[in-house]
Design a protein around this ligand. Structure first.
Ligand SMILES: [Zn+2]
Length: 172
């Protein structure tokens, strides 16, 4: 995926899951870091810089308050989330991302597009539309939960909109 599409898709996902504005901005920066590292250090295309384990570890570390500084923790959490979204987006391409560095095994989610082909724009647009839809449902239901099962249950039960924060699902 091009850097522009990585940013657009990651911003849409961050918005749909309910991150604050500053979180969305940090995620947008994080969403080009795996390619940026590759570019700066002239590394193999989608090699070690695209190994999910590094960013997953950072994300879990920051999420579980391993950092003394809450702001630093948040920045690391959002940055690593942006990196993970980048990998998720690359994994949907035909080339995929490495399962483990140094092996030929790749993670391929759906083989949906080829980078810089029209299929990339279609996939990016489809994800952005889907995120808009999720956000619209959340606004309608007055909930900020991003759990798909909870959203699905609310929709099929036609749960009426509740005042913000007074419903079953509090702001996360
Ligand atoms: Zn990439």
């Amino acid at each position: 995926m091009t850097w522009k599409n990585h940013k657009l898709v990651s911003i849409a996902i961050a918005y749909a899951i309910g991150l604050p504005l500053e979180g969305i901005a940090v995620v947008a920066i994080g969403s080009i870091i795996p390619d940026f590292i590759e570019f700066v250090f002239k590394m193999k295309h989608r090699g070690v810089s695209h190994f999910w384990g590094i960013y997953a570890l950072l994300f879990l570390f920051a999420t579980y308050h391993a950092f003394q500084q809450p702001i630093a923790g948040l920045i690391i959490k959002w940055t690593s989330l942006g990196c993970l979204l980048h990998l998720f987006e690359d994994a949907m391409s035909k080339a995929g991302i490495p399962m483990f560095p140094g092996t030929f095994k790749r993670i391929k989610l759906g083989l949906l597009y080829k980078t810089k082909y029209p299929s990339e724009a279609i996939v990016a647009l489809a994800i952005i539309v889907l995120c808009g839809l999720v956000k619209a449902i959340k606004i309608y239901l007055h909930t900020d939960t991003w759990q798909p099962t909870v959203l699905f249950w609310n929709v099929i039960n036609c749960q009426p909109p509740l005042p913000y924060g007074r419903g079953l699902h509090r702001k996360v």
